[in-house]
Design a protein around this ligand. Sequence first.
Ligand code: FES
Length: 200
Amino acid sequence: MLILRMAMGNESVDLKKRAFLTRTSQALGAIAVCGAAIPLVQYLKPGREAAMSSLPVEFDLSGLKPGDQRTVLWRGKPIWVIRRTMEQVTALNKINPNLSDPNSQIEQQPEYAKNPYRSLRPDILVLVGLCTHLGCAPTFRPEPKAIDEDWDGGFFCSCHGSKFDLAGRVYKGVPAPTNLEVPPYYFKNDQLLVIGAHEA
Ligand code: FES
């Protein structure tokens, strides 16, 4: 009888302990969730939220030197902004026989970017930084011969080997079917680029 009572006493102590541990772990879990949510909310507001929305985003060109590339998010997509050098701009005028759509016949750009530079201003290139094959992110490789002997600089997609020149024009014989996309954009002034809208 004594042994039974002692056993029941231990059991009730165990149940109390278990209830206490459950409440404690639930409280700690709630704290952890709140702790994780705060940085996430901070991450989403306001820059990330704007980048995911369809609203236009502005980019200040003043820190972009010739040869530089930057990435901006618009509608959740990476948008490249590149300031091409004089030599790179001049090279775009030579029609490279290895390009698949050198005159941008396929609709991958607004009308104002249907020219040898595929841009409003010859020096500033604005492109959606996603390969037109399966959407990998190509890398900016401006150095001549960086990829092969005939390479004049451009963008290389290492997923399946697609190549694009410094205007985002696709090479022949690669998996990507079209040139890289040019998003809508305009210049508010000499130093301010607006991505995601045409000029009003
Ligand atoms: S996704 Fe770029 S080559 Fe396939």
